[in-house]
Design a protein around this ligand. Sequence first.
Ligand code: ADP
Ligand code: ADP
Length: 228
Amino acid sequence: MIEMQDVWKTYPNGNAAIQGINVKIDRNEFVYVVGPSGAGKSTFMKMMYREEKPTKGQIFVNGFNLAKLKQRKIPYIRRNIGVIFQDFRLLPQLTIYENVAFAMEVIEAPKKMIRKRTLEVLDLVKLKHKAQSLPSQLSGGEQQRVSIARAIVNNPSVIIADEPTGNLDPETSIGIMKLLEEINLRGTTIVMATHNKDIVNTFRKRVIAIEGGKIVRDQYRGEYGYED
Ligand code: ADP
Ligand code: ADP
């Protein structure tokens, strides 16, 4: 489902962020990406949703080669990949309902379907009662649940989460993990970069460790393995 073949990424300023990565992630896997700051985790994640292009190598997601993807095909890929960020990235002037519905509007889904599906995912993240609130009226954990609702509303086969619990307290983080596990059980592959040692050591999954742009460890039901 996701495969990287000899992937390299050097930024225009010469930073060699990713240096020869080969990896396969199967449908329905839940994978943590760990490693020190500057290791290349974000670059690795960004290449999976085509925010960055590799300098060399192939990246297949659902059979599409992202390294070769034409500009006009990018929207098609984006609807099959949901992305979640540490800082939520909700649109502050839109309500919770509108933030989620917007993701369906951009792919021009039928109006009736937008309403039904938006309410369905807000119900799944237990925020239907906040549909008419603005993001600033919600706690951090609630805002992250909205961003998860937005990420899954178009039924993507993959979710890329970059530090999704980075701004949340431990208890709220556990709630977010339970939600992500539920989404994973419903059939969505999840790739999650994290510095959260407690989460990785509690909710055991496959762990891929990146250091200096290379994969240095890949363990099923692995542990965090760093002290921070
Ligand atoms: P991590 O997410 O593990 O902290 P990053 O992928 O953000 O690592 O960064 C890997 C390396 O690439 C670092 O040396 C970082 O400074 C560099 N880097 C990241 N983004 C850019 C960019 N847009 N331009 C130049 N260098 C970058
Ligand atoms: P947390 O404990 O996660 O920091 P908060 O104390 O920020 O949560 O919020 C607790 C509850 O109060 C949440 O349900 C949140 O939606 C609500 N809330 C927080 N700030 C506001 C606000 N400015 N207007 C309306 N409701 C709010």
